[in-house]
Design a protein around this ligand. Structure first.
Ligand code: TXA
Ligand code: MG
Length: 325
């Protein structure tokens, strides 16, 4: 059994990755569970540690567009434009893969999801490696994504050989996944890069593909995801709050203000000033804190359906979905 370690040593991380081990890595979106994407045994370990089904493919991480081109081909012009403008950053592009990327990484698809993280530590780590890193978010499958090294340690500490600590993730939501489908610019997962920004740069409308459980290869496809263990309800309308039963074990996640009637110690405010970026940065860690408290039920308020609010609402809705019949 390997000793569990959290630290900032890039050489330890690089060494372990070169040997085929799995390492927790910081990114500006969320923490990832990384392995050499070209080493199938290492990639299998990622699926196993995360308890992720093999039909759900992994994103590969590289440190430059030049490296990206070693692994993808036939990049549509509009996606290249997005790459130039928004990478590195919270954007993932779905592109035709080259042979070198194992089918295991893409779950048999001929497209691979590729991303350039902007986190300086991870960029530097990638620079020490001569392979891309396959990395899903470093949470057990279906649970809340991690935004600190401690979150990773709490849940997967026994199974990873090292966790690189790069501080709290500055975006806090996973990357936005974008590709082309039937000639149309398509968002497959709402995330840390706003749809409005993508449309502005692309100079065209973007189609947001809705979740469908009949399409197992569509990203972020499961209705129930990001779910806490505690019963979690997403209140979509202001009036819904009037229907709730409040006890000492009722908790809530609010956007800007406390809900009268619920003990304030059981409440988390995502951003008192109504800043959606701040809310995004806090949402997963606050969900975890409430989940780890003695709350028996957590109510979450719907945020405005604009900018990052769309992606945050998407996560809250999926977190609540497991309670639905
Ligand atoms: O911000 C992020 O994207 C984080 C950090 C660690 O980079 N990663 C992340 O990975 O969120 P993960 O595995 O938790 O979510 C990736 C999503 C999944 O829903 C998966 O189905 C989809 O991307 N995906 C990956 N490769 C794909 C492919 N080749 N085709 C379709 N969907 C793909
Ligand atoms: Mg994930």
């Amino acid at each position: 059994m390997l000793q569990i370690l959290i630290g900032k040593d890039l050489h330890i991380a690089a060494n372990l990755l070169q040997k085929g081990f799995v390492v927790g890595i910081p990114t500006e979106t969320v923490y990832g569970l990384a392995a050499n994407a070209l080493n199938e045994d290492a990639v299998v370990s990622v699926f196993e540690i995360k308890k992720r089904p093999f039909f759900d493919p992994l994103i590969i991480h590289v440190d430059s567009w030049t490296s990206a081109l070693l692994y993808v081909k036939n990049v549509p012009e509009v996606l290249e434009k997005l790459a130039f403008e928004c990478m590195p950053g919270p954007l993932t592009l779905l592109l035709e893969k080259k042979e070198i990327i194992p089918d295991l990484v893409t779950s048999g698809s001929d497209k691979v999801a590729i991303r350039l993280p902007s986190h300086s530590m991870t960029k530097e780590l990638l620079g020490l490696l001569d392979f891309p890193l396959a990395a899903p978010s470093a949470n057990p499958f279906g649970y809340i994504s991690p935004t600190t090294a401690k979150h990773v340690e709490d849940q997967l500490g026994k199974e990873v050989s090292y966790i690189l600590d790069g501080g709290p993730s500055q975006v806090g939501l996973e990357s936005t996944i974008v590709g082309m489908e039937n000639g149309q610019l398509t968002i497959y997962r709402k995330g840390g890069l706003e749809a409005e920004t993508i449309e502005k740069i692309a100079g065209q409308k973007v189609f947001v593909k809705e979740h469908s459980s009949s399409q197992p290869l569509a990203p972020g496809m499961l209705t129930s995801h990001y779910a806490p263990k505690t019963t979690f309800e997403f209140l979509e309308h202001a009036d819904d709050w009037k229907q709730i039963n409040i006890s000492d074990h009722t908790a809530c996640l609010r956007f800007t203000d406390y809900y009268p009637g619920i003990n304030q110690k059981n409440q988390k405010i995502l951003s008192a000033s109504g800043d959606l970026h701040e809310a995004a940065r806090h949402v997963f860690s606050y969900m975890r804190e409430l989940d780890d408290s003695d709350a028996e039920i957590i109510y979450a308020e719907k945020l405005p359906d604009t900018g990052l609010g769309l992606a945050i609402n998407d996560r809250l809705k999926r977190a609540a979905a497991k309670n639905e019949k």
